[in-house]
Design a protein around this ligand. Sequence first.
Ligand code: G16
Length: 538
Amino acid sequence: MQTQTVTFASFADQRPGTSGLRKTVRHYQQPHYTESFLQAVFNTQGIAGKTLVIGGDGRYYNREAIEKLIKMAVAQNAKRLIIGENGLLSTPATSHLIRKYRADYGIILSASHNPGGIDGDFGIKFNLSAGQPAPESATEAVYAETQKLTQYTYADIGLPALAIGEYTLGSTQLSVISSTADYIDGMKKLFDFDAIKHYLRDHKILFDAMHAATGPYALALFHQELGLPENHILNAKPLPDFGGHHPDPSPDTAKALQQRMAQDAGIVMGAASDGDGDRNMVCGRKHLINPCDSLAIIAAQHAHIPALSGMKGVARTMPTSRAIDAVAGALGLVCYETPTGWKFFGNLLEDGKIQLCGEESFGTSGDHIREKDGLWAVMCWLSILAATGETPDAILEAHWQQYGRHHFNRFDFENLDKAQAEAMIAAFEKDMAKMIGQNWNGLAITNAGQFHYTDPTNGEKSANQGLQIQFGRQARIITRLSGTSSSGATLRIYCEYWQQDTGRPAALAGTTATLAAFAQGAMNIAERCGRHQPDHIV
Ligand code: G16
């Protein structure tokens, strides 16, 4: 086997964000850019003698990146590469496979919910041996490595088509496996398939795979295993540009789902997932189930979900509404609050402190893997529906009645000038201390400042994870800059307002929108960043 060593000038911009290194496809296509990041992962995690799981969400540039990865890993004597058929693996399936095959680590080629195609985004993230997203210590080590890296080696060989089979390349075993089989087997151990199958005989759901990684999994699970008619799974074929759509489950993007639900009154629940299958959106006929409420309801109803039997602890990210805290309080569960980023749940799950976790950005999962898992969340909902015979709307409304409603919305300002946005956040932080004790619209500000996190399992500290203004248990405003945008800066403002009696108008008219307007004014977004309105309200 011939190997080639390539020398290049190191890159300064390869610091991973909330979830891996996300850049535009064209940025990744620069000579040596992809290889530099991969080599930095190899150098910090090791490659000779290692077993890796490799998969991607099927987006544009996936195949090229996988081929580069294989050639580099072979030249550098990886022991075994486990790859999904045609290079396709959802993020939750990758986490499952890393655990199942006791791999040393995994590499996922995905920019998750970001748009795809040649003008879209690409991303690389890596997960450690328990299947969890690399923590900050590991991603910072990769970043430091990229700053000095000037060389990589690859094998000058032809590669087999990524069809299921075992191949030998140099001293590396290449195992191309079914993308779905192991994952579906795992699901069988977590849920009562017979009960759900029985329920789906008389009740129909609709699932939108958004032409992304989840399509083959949804067909295998809902159609082949659970008997849902095939035409109830929309956009099931993974496409490099996601069919020109934005693979981010939300009422704005899952249009096909909404149209079909409007046409067919027999559909009780709609669901969708994102580019790499880790996010989920669930809706009834009347309500979108806000992800914060969905998490709280899964916790409240966990007795109906075999995967969550014996649940002791739960966690949410800091911006996620406190709906789950109310449930945890009532059920005697411990509830943890982490920074944004699934990676922060990893140690809590690994340590057995939590069995359920989730976040506002449409992420929910349990302790079966170390990633969020869109299909798992849908299976939780199906378990609840099958056990109670209720509709999602009825379950949501009954939940609000019992625990009060935590109104929640996120207001996103996209593509801001990065320097301006950072200066605005810094100036706002300075002003915040003065806010404590002030009254606004009848609400007292009880706390204001940065959120810092100390991991309770190992004492690792993560500072400056977002600014929050607290109005006791009544309301919260949180703001931070996104760590997943590929260009400029995205400012997120998360607003939560708790209303105990949902039968009456809320005491704060406009609830979350009024809170957002307050934050916009306090931060002076119009003057500092030239924006008057958010681009998206989720
Ligand atoms: C990732 C993280 C999530 C986070 C989301 C948005 O998800 O795993 O924890 O909520 O990004 O992060 P940000 O607010 O920094 O943009 P995914 O599905 O994109 O990998």
